[in-house]
Design a protein around this ligand. Sequence first.
Ligand SMILES: Nc1ncnc2c1ncn2[C@@H]1O[C@H](COP(=O)(O)OP(=O)(O)O)[C@@H](O)[C@H]1O
Ligand SMILES: [Mg+2]
Ligand SMILES: [Zn+2]
Length: 510
Amino acid sequence: MSLAKVKSSTVIGVNAHFIEVEVDVSSGLPSFTIVGLPDTAVQEAKERVRAAIRNTGFEFPIGRITVNLAPADIRKEGPAFDLPIAVGILVATGAIHLTEEMAGAVYVGELSLDGKLRPVTGVMPTALDLRSAEHPLLVVPWNNYCEAAMVDDVEVFPCRNLHEVAALVNGHYLPERPVVDTASDEDSLVGEDFSDVKGQDAAKRAMEIAAAGGHNILMIGPPGSGKTMLARRIPGILPPMNQSEALEVTRIYSVRGLLADNSSLINKRSFRSPHHTISNVALIGGGSYPLPGEVSLAHNGVLFLDELPEFKRDVLEVLRQPLEEGTVTIGRVAGTISYPAQFMLVAAMNPCKCGYYGDHTRNCVCTPAQISQYLNRISGPLLDRIDMHIEMPRISEEQLMGRPDGEPSRVIRERVCWARSLQQERYSGRKFHCNAKMDSRSVRKYCQMDKEGSALLSRAMKTLGLSARAYDRILKVARTIADLDSKDGLEATHIAEAVQYRTLDRRYWI
Ligand SMILES: Nc1ncnc2c1ncn2[C@@H]1O[C@H](COP(=O)(O)OP(=O)(O)O)[C@@H](O)[C@H]1O
Ligand SMILES: [Mg+2]
Ligand SMILES: [Zn+2]
């Protein structure tokens, strides 16, 4: 009977923190104490570890068992410590012997009462952050293998149960590996294609601009005009994610436990479409056992808010930080946690309560007062963070019956990539890398208009009564239009088109 030390890990936010599990078994009145875990989790871990050790055919020691999870100041939650605690007890009682090599490994996994290992969340961040270790070895539940194996330079040992872990530690392990399916071809990156969308050329053009500059966009149109259809196709025209973007996203899904058993790195941009009844915690993340929310699941992808006026008004309060900073910070008793949340906001709404204001086939039954009341439900400050608003009328019956005639997403994506590459170069070394994120000083610097453009914009400001805040938004969007056009300076046509994307300033907003 003696002291054993086993390494483990816990994930806070999306980063791994390595934990040392110390187990002391000594003679005395039987007791089992775990320090360093929250109350309820301790109780449950004890029962699982005790049953798993017995049901694997080992003896559970009769005596004083003390488990310490160090360092004490790191918050530890979740069932992933079952495995290192069980291994620690078996080593301390001499049932198994840790070789020097396996003493350096990190162990994570939940035990079931019969000794099977259940998958846990956050394995991928653990593997990623283990890369800098001297001997990066990781022992994980079988069903977490693919997640861990995405990370190069870490040796991963998948085990089905405590029995296999014991064999591994003792040097009798057959290094069997699940098959990893890493097939990914370019077409699978696209999914639903823009070529399915008939007509709607203006809306498609607006989507291309939004994607090219990273602009948030709002679509206004009656039911059935294809708003959802278009939104779902935006991830497919964004540039493919690079390796580090894909790793960031995969980390988040790992922490949420959303990676499929046999998954590989997520290389498709997310499309998240939370319902308007969603709670603030589910949207933004947090909770008593904190998890990333929808805004983080949309990281590097699209957050689609359908029926925008139906969302609670305070949704802006919640979205403000991610929209401005690209992260969310969640305050807790034990310190703050932050999750990445850099997404493109795509929103949709009907023009009025009944949905048919301005429609050519059905009459709107709303009064003017009702219409403006409906529009006023979106708070000004939220609207203020949306660069582009467009109207989407329904396409005609004939058009809908006709053949799809649109450009495929692949072709649109090429133009988007080109425009993005110009921005990347222009903003290299800066905090932002797309037009939508320019601060107002950069707008002055990079959005120089020619004479004609400048005259046109001041005319538009006056005649359309555009607000000062619309001014910068128009310039940013015009910058993107000029990039798509491969022009350095902003010309009148670029400005004129950008003004078109301020529908709400021009028509409804009061
Ligand atoms: N421009 C279009 N091209 C092809 N199909 C369309 C188009 N607009 C609408 N549809 C059809 O109508 C359905 C409803 O569109 P949807 O995107 O749900 O509309 P909305 O979200 O504006 O209510 C789509 O699934 C699609 O089948
Ligand atoms: Mg819809
Ligand atoms: Zn109406």
